[in-house]
Design a protein around this ligand. Structure first.
Ligand code: HEM
Length: 394
């Protein structure tokens, strides 16, 4: 692949979109990776058993014996997270995670989110609404889901964040490796405490599986790590995109009584907080005439699939009347997001409750402040844009 124009580092989204239009499927020598960028290919391959989720890795050169040990301990731990696991381990983990997503639990989480919004001040300024109302309500929902007080959730999330700060192999820093290793040991300790004295249906399930030796503590910690690091920020990002649409020029055309489900999914499509689903070819395969060797890394680019004009005409316009292709913001197939139904309910309830509290009235257009990196889009904050008020969503 030869590429001029935007680079992977400086303009990752543009780089991926140009790849979609110029190649569809392309080999990137510098990353040792195949990128698949068009909707139809991504959609099919997400459900293709010839791709596994556990990606081959290697140790960066030049490390001491001690540093190598740290590197492998942390990397092997991240490989245990459900999203990077393959069957049969993966199927067992998914079964154990199911008690978190029953309709009864979803109702409790949604009630916690609504309760938090209802308890907020109704005079909070537009500029503060996201930080002062939306984020705390999402946090309240996750606390309810995991049956954790807020400080305990923050402690778990901090461990997961320090582990993920290990970053890419290409830029590995032994110091961040050490911090990640320490965080991993802390996290395992915290999860061990929960398994020893389970308080929720989820910790009881984990505790039983650990005592019956169907699961070890590292696996249990990996499941926690995935949820505390992969739930809150993408949900906040999708809500931010929805608020942007509701208060922007298209807001007047969105009827909250009629179009909210479609608006939620359109916000998820346009936000696509996780850009990539990384896979490994389990066998030789052919993609668009390219021979992809077994063991190659194959990255399915969710974000370019979700803006592929071949399936989403006028892809960057927020439209609640789309029919046809379903977005892949939650992935699909074996690793499809377990929190998808919950997230949709939470987003819906968030908007209804903000509206019921009068917090959506007379808002200026809201603009998310994004942090876009290679692989993700998350929201820092949502601020008031142009000072003029716009017609309110009905
Ligand atoms: C807007 C919000 C969210 C988005 C966009 C999102 C996106 C995703 C995606 C794309 C995957 C699959 C990755 C892959 O195939 O490689 C995934 C997996 C997963 N998500 Fe979410 N997620 C969201 C919210 C949540 C929430 C709220 C939870 C839990 C409370 C959650 C739990 C999980 C779990 C456990 C998996 C792993 C599934 C598996 O590997 O079997 N997600 N998510």
């Amino acid at each position: 692949m030869t590429q001029t124009g935007p680079s992977r580092q400086s303009a990752p989204l543009q780089w991926l979109r140009e790849l979609r239009e110029s190649h569809g499927v392309a080999w990137d020598e510098s990353m040792n990776t195949w990128y698949v960028t068009r909707y139809d290919d991504v959609y099919a391959l997400l459900n293709d058993p010839r791709l596994g989720a556990q990606v081959e890795t290697y140790c960066p050169p030049g490390l001491s014996e001690r540093q190598r040990r740290t590197y492998w301990r942390v990397t092997n731990f991240v490989d245990l997270w459900p999203v990077f696991s393959d069957p049969p381990r993966h199927s067992g983990m998914r079964r154990l995670l199911l008690p978190l997503f029953t309709p009864a639990v979803i109702r409790q989480v949604v009630a916690a989110v609504a309760g938090s919004v209802a308890a907020s001040s109704t005079t909070v300024p537009a500029d503060r609404m996201f930080a002062a109302v939306v984020r705390p309500a999402l946090t309240a929902g996750l606390c309810r889901l995991l049956d954790e007080p807020e400080e305990a959730l923050a402690e778990l999330a901090d461990c997961a964040a320090r582990i993920l700060a290990i970053g890419a192999i290409e830029s590995y820093d032994p110091e961040s490796g050490l911090r990640a290793e320490q965080a991993m040991d802390e996290l395992v300790g915290l999860v061990a405490e929960r398994c020893a004295t389970p308080r929720s249906a989820f910790t009881s399930t984990l505790s039983r599986a650990v005592s019956e030796e169907r699961l070890n503590l590292l696996d249990a910690a990996a499941m926690y790590a995935q949820i505390v690091s992969g739930a809150l920020e993408p949900a906040a990002t999708a809500v931010a995109r929805l608020l942007e649409a509701l208060t922007g020029p298209q807001g007047a055309a969105i009827d909250l009584a009629e179009d909210l489900d479609e608006a939620v999914d359109e916000a998820l499509r346009l936000a696509t907080p996780f850009h990539l689903a990384t896979r490994r070819a389990l066998t030789d395969l052919t993609l668009h005439g390219h021979a992809v060797r077994a063991e190659s890394r194959v990255v399915l680019v969710l974000v370019t699939a979700n803006s592929d004009p071949r399936r989403f005409p006028d892809p960057f316009t927020f439209r609640v009347d789309r029919t046809g292709a379903r977005h892949v913001a939650f992935g699909r197939g074996r690793h499809a997001c377990l929190g998808a139904v919950l997230t949709r309910h939470v987003m819906r309830e968030m908007i209804l409750e903000l509206n019921a509290q009068g917090l959506l009235r007379d808002l200026p257009p809201l603009e998310p402040v994004w942090n876009v990196e290679f692989g993700s889009r998350f929201v820092y904050d949502v601020v008031a844009g142009a000072s003029s008020t716009t017609p309110r969503p009905r």
